[in-house]
Ligand binder design. Sequence first.
Ligand code: FES
Length: 160
Amino acid sequence: MAQTASDMNSAPIMRRGFIQFLLGFSVISTVVGIVYPVVSYLLPKSTKTGAGDPVEVGKVEDFPVNTSKVVPVNDKPVIIVNTKAGNIKAFSAICPHLGCIVTWEARKGSIFCPCHDGFFNPVTGAVVSGPPPRGLPEYEVAVKEGKVLIGKPLGQLYGG
Ligand code: FES
């Protein structure tokens, strides 16, 4: 069967259409690749838990009396303390002296900064001794259905 003139011309047209499709696709991909990161940067992220939303850090029994744990709360270290009185308290775990992470000193029943021997009251966060210029900022604490929730920082800084 002999090819007609229109059959012979259709192959270059199909090739041209395919090349135009590829060019269009690459232009669209480039535009999306540039626009998407810019729009993502400009629009605020919507996350389920905002910076002020309470964060569950465990069950009450995870924090026995006279112990503590440092946990992340909205990307910040927070020390959770169950005081001798059985009240769960939460403070920023960042020492206000030079930024070391505080820990728990069980023998003294105090929050302790190992960098320069700073001691803090586990009930108030106030400086007990050492070089820290101020106390640890306190966080909201709530206990619901046996779970410990940490909320916003209370914004109080206790003096030494
Ligand atoms: S960094 Fe905590 S006492 Fe110096």
